[in-house]
Design a protein around this ligand. Sequence first.
Ligand code: ADP
Ligand code: ZN
Ligand code: ZN
Length: 831
Amino acid sequence: MHNPSAQFAEIILPLPLEGYFTYLIPEEMQERIDPGMRVVVQFGPKKFYSGIVRRLVEAPPEGVQPKWIEYLLDEKAVVPPSNFQLWEWIALYYHCSMGEVLKAARPSGLKLESETRVTFNDAYEPSAGKEPTPRERLLLDYLRAKKSCTVFELSSALLKKGTLQVLKELLGKGAARVDEEIRETYKPKTETIVKLGKAMVSEEKLMRTLDLLTKIPKQREMLHLFLQENESLEALHEKAIPKKALLMKSGSTVAVLNALIKKDIFELDELAIERIGSSERATRELFPLLPAQEKALAEIRSAFRSNGVTLLHGVTSSGKTEIFIQLIQEQLLAGKQVLYLLPEIGLTTHMINRLLEVFGTRVGVYHSRFSDAERVEIWNKVLDFQPENHLPTHQLIIGTRSALFLPFTALGLIVVDEEHENSYKQQDPAPRYHARDSAVVLGNMLKIPVLLGTATPSVESYYNALHGRYGLVELNERYSQIEMPEIVTVDLKQAWKRKSMRGMLTPELYEEIRQALTNKEQVILFQNRRGFAPFIECKACGWIPKCINCDVSLTFHKNTQRLTCHYCGYSTRYPGSCPSCQSAEINNKGFGTEKIEEELTLLFPEASIERLDLDVTRSKKGFQNILHKFDRGDTDILVGTQMITKGLDFEHVRVVGILNADNLLNFPDFRSHERSFQLMTQVSGRAGRRNKRGKVIIQTAQPDHSIIARVVNNDYKGMYQQQIEERNFFNYPPFCRMIRINLKHKDIYELERIAGECATALRERFGKRVQGPVFPAINRIKLQYIQVMWLKLERSISVTSAKRQMQEMLDYVRSKDNNKSIQIQVDVDPF
Ligand code: ADP
Ligand code: ZN
Ligand code: ZN
């Protein structure tokens, strides 16, 4: 692949700009440079970026005056060039730049950009004969004075040209360090992290604390460093900086940190997620499969041969995972790598442990919540995978959606578990890719099988399976005759009318819970709203507090006594009285998980009750802890959002309650019925795993709703049939290809004007295929007003040319003088 006559390189830069960027290869690099290596180049007058060499070429495009490559970062490719095929497909299909794909694909620890910090090394002593040159001295003096600054500051404050070369020399002499190097050399298995103390309950409190510390500059500096990025209070409380990194960055001692901990300004914690792999040995053999599983396995194998992509539709607890394990084992023994994709919430210790038990040291875990340094480490291990090694590690990667981009060189199988989950689709930023669909494409490119597994297939996948595009294998029995739960509905309207409700519980559900507790059995209650009250309202004047940045009401969180926006994180103190009319009577409206938890403690004072939602998993206790407690039987009742649908064998769950099915059903989206079915079926699947038949109670004001009837009868096919007919009738996917265009602007009138122009322009080309623009249900988020348009394209139309035409029209509108301030985002196959 090395091409000695090539003097130019096409580079992928992490920018939202289309195409590759051509640079000149300096002579001393020509022997070493190859596609897939990282280089640093200057882009624009002052900025440096690290990018990836896509290919070497002999001439630049016409009219381009290439600059030189500044710096070659690698000795061998960090992205196998074969991976670029997937990147290019994603850029083309999801309508984004290669640079945006690069950002999603590569952990940012692999970057050296203008924002990279360089730190002066206090211990530096020039050795004899290696005294700094005048140019180096200039840079060193600047760095010494500043202690630490970004590459961008350096190059703009100093020489501009050649700064990086000089910096490189200094790094080589040990006079300075790049922060990334600090992070990369630090690779503990668990790490102590520093978090903001719980006592820091408000911005005012933080400000006061900073003031109080004026006289103790080192402590103040450390706190400042922590607060640096001007985040919301909520974000700050989520933030965790490794202790070592904080000490290193601040250049302070442990004593300074300890003083701050003593004052409750900071607290220490162990990082909740450990890196797993490398040390644990496999502890069990594969289970022999039951006849039904064997049959499914044989069908999958034959489907792999004819179709490649295969959908395994098996009811909850049918033993799908054991079938995956058999298929994985085969690949590993053949020296192949396997990618096991899970949605964000599915990647729990429980699932990882199950695979670790069988595959031990061969497992590697890749999760978006890992630090960059950790992800870089896994990246490199996947890259270094050698089937000949005696005990290869990182041969089976379990990961969330971005694991798709890991530099596999010997992939033999991809499993997409819970393929229906919408967290496989990235929403923001671009690339707005769907990991399941991208996995299917990758499988085709590599000619390897892809297995999609779920108890509730997405309508799209089931359609593909029924129409011969995917193989289809079904498993209708639970493992070893565990019975499917009994599902009943209870009419909320009747209960309200009879005034028989106890809080959010109908008498039927109350009675079931009471009995379960008496028998020492467990209960799960599902509610898809977190917080205490979704909104509050002044009884006297009807005032409802809204977010200052978004068009949504603020959710009341009683624990913290704050009103919080779930869209932008804005939060403010709960007012004692109405700021509009001073009335003290403020009502809480609706039920969030926090309120249900409080009511349950009153109704069942003896029971041990836990809550599982985004709010508690952010805090110290964490997701895994709560699940462990429940697993051990220490918890009687678990209340939660959809997080409870994942991650555990709930052995002793007798009762599952869905507190309000209408919240799900009434959501204005063409997928809401499908999603309600999936969610209710998955939640119900938690009931009665092994010893006893479980019972599920669905509380709803619409007990006759067809979707609820399907859930009750476990009628996936009926649900599918109904949905597919509706989608055909109203022309939704899979009968068309949908592209959503989001338009955003700070000024609502400008937004409507420009969106109108876009629609007119698009209609010239696409006619009736254009819908909108309209304001979505929530029409302002983070200070930006939003309008949306949709393109519904026939499946027979070439997507590529349609997208090119769409882009031309949008560019044309945006290029007009008054229209430059509009933000336009394109989302292909929106979810
Ligand atoms: P699913 O993935 O379809 O929800 P699981 O694979 O989790 O189902 O199986 C449910 C339970 O049955 C698990 O506890 C699993 O260990 C057990 N199980 C499934 N198949 C077998 C088997 N062949 N031998 C022993 N236990 C099995
Ligand atoms: Zn009022
Ligand atoms: Zn907001």
